[in-house]
Design a protein around this ligand. Structure first.
Ligand SMILES: [Zn+2]
Length: 767
């Protein structure tokens, strides 16, 4: 048959050839598709996240720092938690986030602090840092003003130190502290000043001035504050603390914002925005040149609602006045309602000021965020975030201002509030002495430990920073470090082992199934309000399963699923903000990030080559002198326990397999050195004990031999006890000539037999 005719005949045999593809079936998913939900303060529930762009674009505004002092752990919790959320949205869910954050560099706290620092520095300089009579007088005046202003004292003013001490000794400190949390702080300030006035001469002058500062600055400010007009005074302090804040954020590996906005650079836009609110009928100017937001009118409007985040706080004067700032004049200034808040504040003498249609003044606190957020992100924004203590009135006022300006119903779609931070179950405060700045925290904990601590608690829940949390963090860190190190060592091992079997068995299939299941749980946790605590727990479980596989599989271990899992764990940790190694097999060691890996190949390799070369020399010299096998083994112990360990390398011996090579950090090396030393000390103690027992045995043996020298026939030949003996040397009469009793003879005979046996043992029967 011809090959060309055969296919033709086949064709011919077919009836109707198919010319269209068969029907394709749409796959049926095994579970419902998870959607990302966020806890929204505007609904107080988790709601599906729907970006306005309908696609990848997400706009996000976050309230930044008021820069007048060092940032503390509460700030760290807020900024790191928001950073984690932002990274997950960007790097896990793939959104293109435009993240805007402000710097509040115009604020009553800044004005006061800048003025007081400036005046106090002048005060110290004008007096040549000497505690002269004039200074002491001034401090005394300031002291009593401070006492009578900050303590409620029944029965008139305090005029002497003795009166104050008497009052304090009778005061109920616990109750006063409950009434005013700043009570202990005021007491400390007063006591410091009293101490300095009393023994000022013997104190270091710089310390003396430092100790009277708190009570003296209010008086200096009262007398001279209004004379200050140089804007530079109000620029330097916030510029300094803004830099410090940025340094802190860098240390904590917080991503910088896409756009940073400073209030001082936005005054014209703020004036324009305020004017628009006035034009829309929701704000009014007062006779002193301030502008207030008309909360009642806004709330009554059918299109608007006031206090969307926390409506139950409407009318809370302590919250409202606190937010208005300490330089505000709360007395009759034409404000229509106590709920109304300043959009624009008339500046008094000694306060920075800008020209405006209402007179010289400066922006109120809340308006800046509305203006700057909208300037960059427009009149409708996807996400706004900040600490929960900002929810009312700051964020509620921001919402009202913006919705009044744009006359829209919903300026922000998702309001995310990070939870409070407590320290060992208590609110953090300077008076409780549990106030920790970020810099202080970084002296005790690594940035990774702080981030892990924050990620271990749901971002919108209260976080208690306590010992047990830190212990959990450290144990998580250890288990991750061990896993990464083991996988890297196994990978190196597999690479150098040549052509090894790859076929999956049941153990590998089980591991792969566990991997898929954990991946899906991580995904569900991220979708469920970015739940990092559940994600970390799931990663931890995946690592435990992998470790079980490693120990069960032994020499039949397959490296591929382990590398896949290690890459995955590394990726998820990177998304939460822990930088990865270039090979994606673990996070960057904390010590590595500071160490510069530099130098030539020769410099890097030399210590290792030297170690190998020395080992070779020693093996050769042992072989030449035909040493015992134990000597070779001692040499292999030495290279493992000393030489390689000094180079930060650990060799883990394995049954029937070559040793596993692990690279160690310095801390891990020290840990092993310590363990080895303990082991050595234990062995030495055991040897010592053995030696002592040996000695004791020898001593007993000597005594026995000495005893054996006496022949049984001679052993009772003592005239002080006996007078006659039989032929075997057994006594028959005692020294007085009496017969030895039968029972005694029996006893002596027994001793005689024993001695005979002993003697014969050493000297034989012949003797
Ligand atoms: Zn804000």
């Amino acid at each position: 048959m011809n090959i060309f005719t055969r296919p033709l005949r086949r064709y011919a045999a077919m009836s109707t050839p198919k010319v269209v593809q068969p029907k394709w079936n749409v796959p049926a998913p095994q579970a419902e598709k998870a959607v990302l939900k966020l806890y929204n303060s505007l609904t107080r529930t988790k709601v599906e996240f729907i970006p306005q762009s309908g696609n990848r674009g997400v706009t996000w505004y976050s309230c930044g720092p008021t820069v007048y002092d060092a940032s503390h752990m509460g700030h760290a919790r807020n900024y790191v938690s928001i950073d984690i959320n932002r990274r997950i949205m960007q790097d896990y869910f793939g959104y293109n986030v435009q993240f805007v954050q402000n710097v509040t560099d115009i604020d009553d706290k800044i004005i006061l602090r800048a003025r007081q620092n400036y005046l106090f520095d002048n005060f110290v300089r004008d007096n040549d840092t000497k505690l002269n009579a004039e200074v002491v007088d001034k401090v005394k005046t300031a002291l009593f003003l401070y006492i009578n202003k900050n303590f409620t004292i029944e029965g008139g003013e305090i005029k002497t130190v003795e009166e104050f001490q008497m009052w304090l000794s009778k005061a109920d400190a616990e109750t006063l502290k409950l009434e005013n949390p700043k009570f202990p702080m005021h007491v400390t300030a007063v006591q410091n000043a009293i101490e300095t006035i009393t023994k000022g001469d013997s104190m270091d002058p710089n310390l003396a001035f430092e100790k009277v500062k708190d009570v003296t600055v209010p008086l200096l400010d009262k007398e001279l504050g209004s004379t200050l007009s140089d804007p530079e005074i109000f620029r330097q302090l916030p510029a300094y603390w803004e830099q410090k804040f940025n340094d802190d954020m860098l240390s904590l590996n917080v991503l910088p914002p896409t756009v940073t906005t400073r209030v001082s650079e936005y005054v014209p836009e703020i004036i324009e925005f305020v004017q628009k609110i006035i034009d829309n009928g929701y704000a009014y100017a007062t006779s002193d040149g301030s502008v207030y937001f008309d909360t009642l009118k806004f709330d009554r409007s059918p299109n608007h609602d006031y206090a969307k985040c926390q409506p139950w706080n409407k009318g809370q004067l302590d919250l409202i006045n606190d937010a208005e700032g300490s330089l505000s004049n709360f007395a009759d200034n034409g404000k229509k309602s106590n709920n109304d808040f300043a959009l624009w504040k008339a500046s008094k003498a000694g306060e920075p000021e800008w020209e405006s249609p209402w007179g010289k003044g400066r922006p109120g606190w809340h308006i800046e965020c509305s203006v700057m957020a909208s300037d960059i992100l427009g009149p409708n924004i996807d996400i706004h975030s900040g600490g929960v203590d900002l929810a009312f009135p700051h964020h509620d006022n921001e919402l009202a201002q913006s919705e009044a300006c744009f006359d829209n119903k919903q300026w922000i779609n998702y309001f995310l509030h990070t939870g409070h931070l407590h320290i060992e179950g208590q609110k953090m405060s300077k008076s409780l002495k549990n106030f920790i700045t970020i810099q202080e925290a970084l002296e005790k904990f690594s940035p990774r430990q702080l981030r892990l601590a924050f990620a271990s608690v749901q971002w919108n829940n209260q976080l208690d920073f306590k010992e047990s949390l830190i212990n959990e963090v450290k144990s998580f860190e250890n288990s991750m470090n061990n896993f990464f190190k083991t996988v890297r060592a196994l990978r190196n091992d597999a690479t150098s082992s040549g052509h090894i079997p790859k076929k999956f068995g049941s153990l590998e299939k089980e591991l792969l199934a566990d991997f898929t299941e954990n991946e899906s749980r991580v995904h569900l946790a991220f979708c469920d309000n970015l739940s990092t605590p559940v994600v970390l727990k799931t990663l931890s479980e995946l690592v435990t399963k992998s470790n079980t596989y490693i120990s069960t599989a032994g020499s039949a271990l397959k490296i591929e699923p382990l590398i896949a899992i290690c890459n995955y764990v590394t990726r998820i940790l990177r998304i939460i903000g822990f930088p990865s190694r270039p090979d994606n097999l673990g996070w960057v060691a904390q010590s590595d990030s500071n160490e510069q890996l530099s130098g030539s190949l020769e410099d890097t390799v030399m210590p290792y080559v030297k170690c190998l070369s020395t080992f070779r020399d020693e093996v050769r010299s042992l072989a030449i002198k035909k040493a015992e096998p134990t000597e070779f083994l001692q040499l292999t112990d030495k290279i493992r326990n000393e030489d390689l360990l000094n180079l930060n390398i650990a060799l883990d011996d394995r049954n029937g397999q070559s040793a596993l090579i692990k690279f160690l950090t310095n801390d891990e090396k020290l840990e092993i050195v310590k363990l080895n030393e303990e082991k050595l000390a234990n062995e030495q103690a055991k040897r010592q004990k053995k030696l002592e027992q040996q000695k004791l045995r020898e001593q007993k043996e000597n005594e026995r031999m000495l005893k054996a020298q006496t022949k049984p026939q001679e052993m009772f030949k003592d005239v002080a006890l006996y007078s006659t003996w039989d032929e075997q040397g057994l006594p028959t009469k005692d020294k007085d000539g009496n017969d030895v009793t039968k029972s005694m003879t029996k006893k002596l005979k027994k001793q005689w037999e024993q001695q005979k046996k002993l003697h014969e043992e050493y000297f034989g029967k012949a003797n």
